[in-house]
Write a protein that binds this ligand. Structure first.
Ligand SMILES: *Cc1c(COP(=O)(O)O)cnc(C)c1O
Ligand code: SF4
Length: 441
């Protein structure tokens, strides 16, 4: 197929976008500049021409998803950067202001940097995270960027040039050694950034060694976590290596392993273009199963209708709904956070309106330090209003699937905000978890 030209937009050239010139005021453009100097900003011609409905801007969900919003920074931080820009400070000074603000935005939530970085042969494997027994995360160094950036993204420190914070790993060889040393691992999840940003040669370099070493480890599923279907579906249809990518997907599925494509879709608008529908068809034709996941975020998808429509449309297109997440405690979380109680009510309402084949979805769930915690419901027990919770994944395998209770709190947005119910001092996992904190592994 004829290649479709990929055009990137960001801080340096967004003012040239015709729709920006037509639909945004000078004040709105300045706000983008202020926030975009602190948090990453990247969009492309597909997002701008085919996804955003500019007549609805500034309320269009895909616009809010990709263009920096004034309220993503506190007033103090916003003013600090606005003043620096107005004063005409040079690049280096702007960067210093930006870094100062960034450090106050909890760049590494849930102990991402310190914990779960494994070792092999005395080498720290900084591109690997192995937190839950069966699944190893791999961050290929060449996949540490995306086709466009989501404003809510918790991986934002990777994109703003704070190099020392970057997870990266060159050696696939060490990854295979690690898999061989850990027979409990059945799933390798390629994540990023977005691994589908990589060209075919890189993708092969990372995937083929896992296939070639089959029999020396127990990997059965290779997962690719990607936003490319939502942000650049032409990756799978029109890019000049799209056919080879499809061949590689087939090769994985014919090898005796399964390729699971974890698609990040945040809003039903991302499922409506011809481009995405064609890409989904092609990927499925390789034997690859597509599953979907997304966080729930204020002003983007915090209605039952958005989720109902998303799940229904996904199932129609052959995608299995997998996770609804809660926004991480980092970056612009205050702007995007939906309180736990409200998220659960939205989830429940959407769930009630879809058939069983959409009810494969689990959530709302938060990836907190002790594990992935799902809100199962809000109820009353002996006159006390409580959240019912459980671990979907836990730092300790034995915590998984054990129900537990927290006092209901309408404001709570994260696990840290919750207190045990029924007058108990601690959650059941807390002692063991604190010991792990002192002495990991
Ligand atoms: C979510 C997650 C996984 C995968 O969990 P599944 O329940 O198997 O989808 C693996 N590792 C980490 C660190 C995760 O956050
Ligand atoms: S696609 Fe994923 S990793 Fe990339 S900016 Fe969006 S949420 Fe972050």
């Amino acid at each position: 197929m004829e290649e479709i030209k990929y055009k990137v937009f960001g801080l340096h050239n967004f003012r040239n976008i015709p729709q920006v010139q037509q639909f945004l005021s000078e004040e709105e453009k300045f706000a983008i500049e202020v926030v975009g100097n602190v948090l990453p900003f990247k969009a492309n011609n597909y997002v701008i021409d085919e996804l955003i409905e500019w007549e609805n801007v500034p309320n269009d969900p895909i616009y809010i998803l990709t263009f920096p919003q004034r309220e993503m920074l506190s007033k103090a931080h916003f003013d600090q950067m606005a003043d620096a820009l107005k004063a005409g400070k040079n690049k280096k000074e702007i960067k210093e202001v930006a870094n100062e603000i960034r450090m106050q935005l909890n760049p590494h939530p849930a102990g991402q940097m310190e914990h779960n970085v494994p070792m092999i042969e005395d080498v720290k494997l900084t591109g690997i995270q192995h937190k839950y027994d069966q699944t190893m995360l791999f961050f290929p160094q060449q996949g540490q960027t995306c086709h466009a950036y989501c404003t809510f993204c918790f991986r934002w420190p990777q994109f703003v040039g704070m190099d020392e914070l970057k997870f990266a790993m060159r050696e696939t060889e060490l990854m295979v050694k690690y898999l061989q040393a850990h027979p409990e691992i059945t799933d390798v999840l390629f994540t990023g950034g977005d691994p589908m940003i990589m060209k075919i040669d890189r993708l092969k370099m990372y995937l083929e060694p896992i296939l070639e070493s089959m029999g020396t480890h127990n990997v059965q599923t290779i997962r690719i976590g990607t936003k490319a279907l939502g942000y650049w579906p032409y990756r799978f249809t029109h890019d000049n290596d799209a056919d080879e990518v499809m061949e590689l997907f087939k090769k994985v599925n014919n090898s005796g392993m399964h390729l699971a494509f974890m698609a990040h879709f945040n809003h039903p608008a991302e499922l409506k273009t011809e481009g995405v529908k064609e890409a989904i068809k092609r990927i499925r034709a390789t034997g690859t199963q597509i599953r979907s996941q997304s966080p729930i975020m204020k002003n983007i998808n915090d209605t039952p209708e958005a989720w109902r429509d998303m799940w229904k449309e996904q199932v129609r297109l052959g995608i299995i709904p997998y996770y609804m997440f809660l926004a991480r405690d980092t970056g612009a979380q205050e702007y995007f956070a939906v309180p736990l109680g409200r998220a659960w009510r939205i989830f429940q309402k959407a769930y009630q309106q879809v058939s069983g084949v959409s009810r494969t979805v689990r959530g709302p769930s938060m990836s907190a330090d002790p594990g992935k915690v799902q809100i199962l419901g809000i109820t009353e027990i002996h006159g006390e209003k409580v959240f019912m919770l459980r671990f979907l994944q836990g730092r300790v395998a034995n915590w998984v699937h054990r129900p537990f209770f927290a006092k209901y709190d309408p404001e709570a947005i994260w696990l840290d905000d919750l207190k045990p119910a029924f007058g108990e001092e601690q959650f059941f996992f807390q002692k063991e978890w604190e010991l792990l904190e002192v002495n990991p592994n």
